[in-house]
Design a protein around this ligand. Structure first.
Ligand SMILES: Nc1ncnc2c1ncn2[C@@H]1O[C@H](COP(=O)(O)OP(=O)(O)OP(=O)(O)O)[C@@H](O)[C@H]1O
Length: 581
């Protein structure tokens, strides 16, 4: 319980504190609304008594006029209150969304392998949206309604202490009952949010692969998957709503009991001639008014139950830390960077090593050709170099510095990588090429596009560099997308270039054009070329052949090629493509 309160408090402090001016403004309008709610029944009560006493029409009209004015001002305060509350809700939840998204982006690849993008969208957006009431209303509404409750009870004491006492006891009893029911559904709501995240995770993944799903005729299978997850969500939602009802049902019964009690006491006092008929109306009206804060407090608490599920899940996400901690920021030498793998063992899952005690040294400015059959661990090696994962054993050095000592930003700025899997962003061509680096000049971009033979593609763009590319690069051919990935590396000007089967999707003419561009790219830089093709490894100074994650052969390319006993010479004879594919 205290743990939960700490969570609420932490969130409110972080996100509501910067909004304190708006929160005060909201509180003011809530209090103004309460005061007006208390005044109006008084006016009506006076009106009834005045009418029965046969007061002149002018004083009745005056009372009626006051009543209307107060009712109108009350509506205006409700309007302003709703506006300010919405404003607070949007500002706080947007900030929380941004923080969560940044946090997710900083989590390691192991986390992202387990959690689908759809699931994360549901957490970053769905869970956070359900917190808007918590941020904008919870505290203010709770405080405001407590004030209203106290105000009504105080006025009832003023009318008659017996009425005040009876309705105070009744209010206390109601609040105790509701407090007992408070946590009844929070676990159920947490389960509902999880089921919802799983449903969205499933949807996102399947929609991303629509073409494959359709062409492979897997639509029915997907429907079943969707139906199963939707059903699961429905069951969880139904359970949560049923449990919620357990706290809602008693509220309705108690409301009716409160009104009955007030009417009974009012009639008794009226028959005793202790109070006027106007005051009976006032008591009846205040007893109804009493229901509003009790109901509101219950609503807020019920809402908190739903929100607790989201808060817990958001906190869990914040508590998840990346296993890859940023280094202290050791400096890297300028220019081309040497790469060293020392006894590196790595596996995605425990006890299943993908790389085994790998030793490797790539001198600064030289090029390594990396060969191996599918699944031998070539891409894994490049993933370790950009520190998507850390080795389980051994260490990797770049420019003589352990990767774990480097700042990740510095590491990523110094390595350029092109893979088969190019991610095109739904933004302008310029942003896609510069990856949002405003320091890169347009002239340089155009120069690179020209060098990569993308000039005619560029001239076909309706708005030049300002043209927005379709999501997922659907308006581009696979080859064009790959050339864009090359352009990104050129513009980044890295010290180590990794080309992972990079030219596999290009036609022979474009590939030849690219060969020259690659020569320029690799000049004065360290390079790792992962390839299945003979032509691409011709540039390498050294060759490493991987087999099941271990080094099968390593040596100078020319020496290995000249040695008929070497595996590399054998591959050359057989034609790399056929042997390795
Ligand atoms: N994210 C991952 N989680 C679990 N296992 C993985 C993951 N990525 C790769 N693997 C496994 O690691 C092994 C090496 O994969 P890797 O992608 O490094 O091979 P590769 O030599 O680059 O293959 P290819 O030539 O087909 O690209 C494979 O058995 C693969 O199934």
């Amino acid at each position: 319980m205290s743990h939960e309160f700490q969570r609420y408090q932490r969130l409110l402090m972080i996100y509501l504190r910067p909004q304190w001016r708006r929160v005060l403004c909201l509180l003011f309008f809530v209090c103004a609304g309460i005061a007006l709610s208390l005044i109006n029944p008084q006016l009506l009560s006076s009106f009834i008594d005045a009418a029965i006493a046969g007061k002149p029409l002018s004083s009745l009209l005056l009372l009626a006029g006051f009543f209307l004015a107060v009712a109108f001002i009350k509506q205006v305060t409700v309007l302003i209150e709703a506006y300010v509350a919405e404003n607070i809700a949007l500002s706080t939840t947007n900030r929380l969304r941004a923080d969560l998204m940044l946090h997710c982006l900083q989590l390691d690849s192991a986390f992202h392998t387990v959690h689908t993008p759809g699931e994360l969208i549901e957490r970053v957006d769905g869970d956070v949206s359900s917190l808007s009431n918590f941020f904008s209303r919870f505290l203010v509404s709770l405080l405001g309604n407590l004030l209203l409750l106290l105000g009504v009870l105080l006025l009832l004491y003023v009318i008659d202490w017996r009425i005040g006492l009876a309705l105070s006891g009744f209010t206390l009893f109601s609040l105790i009952v509701f407090d007992r029911l408070r946590n009844i559904a929070s676990t159920a709501w947490q389960d509902e949010r999880q089921a919802s995240a799983e449903l969205f995770g499933f949807l996102e993944e399947r929609l991303a692969g629509t073409e494959d799903v359709r062409s492979s005729g897997a639509t029915t299978y997907m429907h079943y998957g969707l139906a199963a997850r939707s059903r699961q969500r429905l069951l969880k939602l139904r359970r949560a709503i049923q449990l919620n009802f357990a706290s809602w049902g008693p509220a309705t019964v108690l409301t009716a009991l409160g009104t009955a009690l007030a009417l009974l006491l009012g009639s008794y006092l009226f028959l005793n001639k202790s109070i006027s008929i106007g005051t009976v109306y006032l008591i009846f009206n205040y007893s109804l008014l009493l229901n509003t804060p009790i109901e509101q407090i219950v609503n807020q608490i019920r809402d908190l139950q739903q929100t607790t599920g989201s808060i817990n899940r958001i906190q869990q996400l914040f508590d998840t830390t990346s296993s890859l901690q940023d280094g202290e920021g050791a400096p890297l030498p300028p220019g081309a960077l040497a790469v060293a793998f020392q006894d590196v063992t790595f596996g995605y899952v425990e006890d299943l090593p993908v790389l085994k005690q790998l030793q490797l040294l790539i001198p600064a400015g030289s090029i390594l050709g990396l060969l191996g059959r599918t699944g031998s661990g070539k891409s894994t090696l490049s993933k370790l170099l950009v520190r998507l994962y850390d080795p389980l054993q051994g260490s990797i050095q770049l420019g003589g510095v352990d990767l774990r000592s480097l700042k990740q930003d510095e590491l990523h700025a110094r390595i350029g990588i092109v893979t088969q899997d190019v991610h095109i962003l739904h933004t302008t061509v310029r942003n896609n090429l510069t990856l949002f680096d405003p320091a890169i000049q347009d002239e340089r971009i155009l120069e690179v596009l020209e060098m990569l033979g993308l000039s005619s593609w560029y001239h076909s763009l309706p708005k030049g560099l300002e043209t927005r590319l379709a999501p997922g690069g659907s308006g581009l051919s696979a080859g064009e997308a790959q050339l864009i990935a090359f352009a990104r590396v050129f513009l980044k000007d890295p010290s180590l270039v990794i080309l992972d089967e990079a030219s596999s999707r290009l036609d022979p003419v474009t590939e030849r054009l690219l060969e020259q561009a690659i020569d320029r790219l690799l000049k004065d830089r360290t390079g790792i070329i992962i390839a299945h093709r003979l032509a691409t490894v011709q540039k390498a100074d050294h060759i490493l052949i991987l087999e099941q994650g271990a080094c099968k052969e390593y040596g100078e390319r020319q020496a290995l090629a000249a040695d008929p006993a070497s595996h590399f010479a054998h591959l050359l004879q057989a034609g790399l493509m056929e042997v390795l594919a």
